[in-house]
Write a protein that binds this ligand. Sequence first.
Ligand code: AMP
Ligand code: GLY
Length: 418
Amino acid sequence: MKILVIGTGAREHALVRSLAADAQVSELHAAPGNPGIGADATLHDVDPLDGGAVAALATALGVDLVVVGPEAPLVAGVADAVRAVGIACFGPSREAAALEGSKAFAKDVMAAAAVPTAMAHVCTTHAQVADALDAFGAPYVVKEDGLAAGKGVVVTNDHAAALEHADACLAKVGGKVVVEEYLDGPEISLFCLTDGATVVPLAPAQDFKRALDGDAGPNTGGMGAYSPLPWAPADLVAEVVERVAQPTVDEMARRGIPFSGVLYVGLTLTSRGTRVVEFNARFGDPETQVVLARLATPLATVLDAVATGTLGTLPPLRWRDEAAVTVVVAAHGYPAAVRHGDPITGVEAAERVPGAQVLHAGTALVDGVLVASGGRVLSVVGRGPDVAAARAAAYAAIERIDLPGSHHRTDIAASITG
Ligand code: AMP
Ligand code: GLY
């Protein structure tokens, strides 16, 4: 099988690493990729948001499957463009990706499918926002309707700050905000593969979204993750498939907008039961780095079954009896103003730590020197017989990496009680 992976992050590097290890894969390409991905796949300089260009590249390369990593190309219709030239694509259509691209649409689908989620009001005026904030009370949760790279959500006790964020979202063209009930409890990410009919869950993971230790500081794209979750209820995955993923997939099919790819279900385990916090239309970053590290079934077969509508015939997935932990190394200033160009050293030494691998995100090669070129720079993954061992491997590897001004959380998977 010849495969083209679209994207530039550590999530895509994890996908490429797993695909490279699959004997079924004869050729592996990526666009635009990054220097780490370039060690495992042939890179092509194509704009990932340009569906026509991606489809033309896929045709020229003669690939059997295109795998779209990030949400922006999906919302831009890249999967539609690839399918239109007769090539199988892992990732939902532009219309179906609205499950992530519009929080108001996602809430509407959840309501129709009786999926348990936070109560919410979709607002288009300042007055509606003010009423909704009063109705729910503090802590206030205010979300921009459209894609915002993890930065569109404000959770705060400060009424003025909640209103200010809502006003900023409303000021944008077509601005809409979702004000919702605060959900209290541990968060879980569960990736559910689907071909539009059958749903196959992967292993649950937990993401650490705040920038600083102790869940302090601003929200980020994700600073670390681990899997499995030894504290999660044993029936959680079955419950989420039955009450969330399958009804959502069925409702999308009923609307004539079949969803295929991965439905990322973000959940909170509240005292009143499991609630959906968000849907995404793609794999999560950094959770993918730990989930794929544990998946024993060769990945190409799985992604191909999703893309070709044959997931129902896939044998049950096999998992390694191991844990995985990833810690993100972020550039100076992340998630605010990020400094580019600092040199990165020690990656090879880090990969020599048993059980460790270093996945690239915001890296670039400048005159042969590996430098930071984005907010989240590296995703350092450790594997081991349990979470503590995996964690030790990840942090031992990080010790060997030097990136001036960088920061990372020191408490990823430190307390694994949820
Ligand atoms: P979202 O973009 O919807 O995934 O939200 C990003 C993060 O904001 C979530 O992972 C939560 O940590 C937090 N969040 C979102 N919605 C809520 C909510 N209703 N209650 C509490 N926290 C929330
Ligand atoms: N880990 C959060 C996300 O991928 O949205």
